[in-house]
Write a protein that binds this ligand. Structure first.
Ligand code: PAF
Length: 281
């Protein structure tokens, strides 16, 4: 697997592939890769002839009090894992390469409505930062397909809307959450949890699963969500939200049915975890 930091070298290879008529899938990441990311590569390999991963810790999507400085950077391990999984090329640019004229006057992309509510309320500007870098990466690499994890459910909804609104000829593939043995959704931020917090962390998934069961039994959604928030607090979490929403618009709904999704975000100490459970049948 080749790694490029420069745009010119990347373009050369992409142009060759395009000339050969090869389909290319993009897997954008911020590095510190775990099994969840590697499943994005698996999905990409199923949909394309060549897979390009990107590693870029995007400063635009971090708030002033967030973890940009301490976000784990593990490039050598990531390169090894991507190569073993069959990724063809890694693009890992510096901030100055993607934003050569700085971040202040940079052209921004904003996806209203679906970026609001849920994480959008708790992380102002976050989804504008995501939409800006993702559209920039799409423009740079012009993929046929791009794969994103369903763990960042709102992010995936924002990207799907971005691609629809901009008529981008890119198939967006959502890849189901990879979970640890106790149900905890895999995340780079799980590395921040100490032993006690790690033991409690699986209660976030447990709360979603219990809430889904209560909804399936026909209990009132408001009562279920209130009980779920209490369940999180009892397990030591400070919930940002527990919500039942339409899976496309992310507007609140009151019925648990295919096309709806339970979403949660909650703090354990200084670590913010998110998870979700879509209603599949
Ligand atoms: O999900 C992530 O890792 C990031 O938000 C993404 C999509 C790579 C954009 O920086």
């Amino acid at each position: 697997m080749q790694t490029f930091e420069d745009v010119a070298a990347l373009w050369q290879v992409l142009a060759d592939w395009r000339r050969e008529g090869l389909r290319m899938a993009l897997v954008p990441t911020m590095g510190n890769l775990h099994e969840g990311h590697l499943r994005l590569v698996d999905a990409a390999l199923q949909h394309a002839d060549r897979v390009v991963a990107t590693i870029f810790v995007n400063p635009l999507q971090f708030g002033p009090d967030e973890d940009l400085a301490r976000y784990p950077r593990t490039l050598a391990d990531d390169q090894r894992a991507l190569a073993e999984r069959g990724c063809d090329l890694l693009f890992a640019p510096a901030v100055e390469t993607l934003y050569p004229e700085g971040q202040e006057g940079l052209t921004r992309v904003s996806v209203p409505q679906v970026s609001q509510g849920l994480c959008g309320d708790h992380r102002p500007g976050h989804f504008d930062g995501v939409a800006t870098v993702v559209s920039l990466l799409f423009n740079l690499t012009r993929p046929d397909v791009a794969c994103f994890g369903e763990k960042d459910f709102q992010q995936l909804a924002v990207i799907r809307k971005l691609v629809r609104d901009q008529h981008m000829p890119i198939d967006i593939i959502g890849v189901p959450i990879a979970r640890d043995h106790d149900g905890l959704a895999l995340s780079s931020r799980n590395g921040y949890l100490d032993r006690d917090a790690r033991t409690r962390a699986s209660q976030l998934y447990q709360c979603l699963a219990d809430s889904a069961q209560r909804l399936e039994r026909g209990q009132d959604s408001e009562a279920v969500l209130t009980q779920g928030r209490r369940q999180l607090e009892a397990a030591g979490f400070r919930p940002d939200y527990l919500a039942l929403c339409d899976a496309t618009t992310l507007q609140p709904v009151s019925t648990w049915q295919p096309g709806s999704v339970l979403l949660a975000a909650a703090w354990l100490g200084n670590t913010r975890l998110i998870d979700n459970l879509p209603c599949r049948s």
